[in-house]
Design a protein around this ligand. Structure first.
Ligand SMILES: *Cc1c(COP(=O)(O)O)cnc(C)c1O
Length: 374
């Protein structure tokens, strides 16, 4: 699927990779007489190949590509009307929180942030105005795992839409549509494209009427990716399964190394038996992913920053999911837009360090951590 989905050899010359159709418009023989493509905001053959591929890999019928993950989320929010309510994961990607509270809250859409590991807590927050459950799992950066099937049952019972941000897991590890989600969202910038060289977003659904409304929004609002970015993402997806296997192996080794290190206080990774959501992770994920976070013993804001600055092989950077390992300090980087009290309530303390484990030689990565932890 990752290699062939949506990509037959190009009919014009047999090109094995879909060509980069770097064009904004298409010749017509007579007004309206065209080959299915009129204008590239609406349709572009390279983007279309990617959209079909995205649908395949998530076991969906319809895929839609956007200029970024946040542009994809923006399109989902535009399904809603003023006074509608959304229940979202409390431990949410910082940019998602900012989009919800700073852009859509002023338009009259109300958000409730709930620790969704508890299905009961979510159920308690549902009101007649609730229209959408927004789930992110595993969460960022605390690595909580939310039971997608339980959320889907709750959504069906109350006639709500369920959208799942599947960025951290990737479709290699979990496919939310098969567990009852209505919409899957991706920041393809991360594992799907996988090489830290493109910003792109995606939505996938099985529901034809949702797909129609979302593609109307995609065209009407216009946040589409260009043909070259679509091509890069297609190329990245071809190796998703091989990369993810290695990502997960490396992360498991590093999680164990950190857990046994005398200078490390705690490690958040869903693969541990003692992780509070380990059983759910085992049931709904093929493996435990390559994101983890940890707190060094006795660390504070300054010493955590000093540690990440000492890393040489791990690059200090925002983002995740590329072949190269990255380290970050959520409190001052990815999660700086979330108020400190709210941040700390979900465990994102000032001493927390986040790793996106890449596919390098794992021994090299451990040596790098060893010299930085000291
Ligand atoms: C990066 C990210 C986003 C936003 O995607 P962009 O492509 O940066 O717009 C949303 N959700 C999660 C979980 C992410 O990691």
């Amino acid at each position: 699927m990752t290699i062939h989905g949506g990509q037959a050899p190009d009919p014009a010359y047999g090109a094995v990779m879909p060509p980069i159709y770097q064009t904004s418009t298409y010749a017509q023989t007579t007004p309206g007489g065209h080959k299915g493509f009129e204008y590239s905001r609406t349709h572009n053959p390279t983007r279309q190949a990617l959209e079909k591929n995205l649908a395949h890999i998530e076991h969906g019928a319809f895929g839609l590509a956007f200029a970024s993950g946040l542009a994809a989320m923006d399109a989902v929010m535009k399904l809603l009307k003023p006074s509608d309510e959304v229940i979202a994961t409390d431990d949410l990607y910082g940019g998602s929180y900012r989009l919800f509270t700073k852009i859509f809250e002023p338009y009259g859409i109300h958000f409730r942030f709930v620790p969704m590991q508890s299905t009961e807590k979510v159920a308690q927050q549902i009101t007649p105005k609730t229209k959408l459950l927004w789930v992110e799992t595993p969460t960022n950066p605390m690595m909580n795992v939310i039971d997608i099937t339980a959320m889907a049952n709750l959504a069906k019972h109350h006639k709500l839409l369920l959208a799942v941000d599947n960025t951290f897991a990737s479709p290699y590890l979990q496919q939310p549509l098969t567990m009852g989600a209505d919409i899957v969202m991706h920041s393809a910038t991360k594992y799907l494209a996988g090489h830290s060289d493109v910003v792109l977003g995606a939505l996938i659904t099985n529901d034809a009427s949702l797909a129609e409304r979302l593609s109307f929004i995609q065209n009407a609002s216009g946040a589409v990716p260009g043909p070259f970015d679509s091509f890069l993402t297609l190329r990245g997806i071809k190796t998703l399964h091989v990369r993810m296997e290695r990502h997960c192996q490396n992360a498991a080794t590093i999680a164990q190394y950190l857990a046994h290190h005398p200078k490390i206080e705690s490690v958040n990774w869903p693969g541990f038996d003692h992780h509070p959501n380990h059983t759910i992770a085992q049931a709904q994920m093929k493996d435990f992913g390559a994101m983890l976070s940890f707190v060094p013993k006795g660390a504070n804001h300054q010493t955590a920053i000093a540690l990440v600055e000492k890393l040489k092989l791990f690059t200090l950077a925002e983002s995740l999911g590329g072949v190269e390992s990255l380290a970050g300090h959520p409190a001052s980087m990815t999660h700086a837009s979330i108020p400190k009290d709210l941040r700390e309530k979900s465990g994102v303390v000032d001493a927390l360090i986040r790793l996106s484990v890449g596919i390098e030689d794992v021994q090299d990565l451990i040596e790098d951590l060893e010299q930085a932890i000291g």
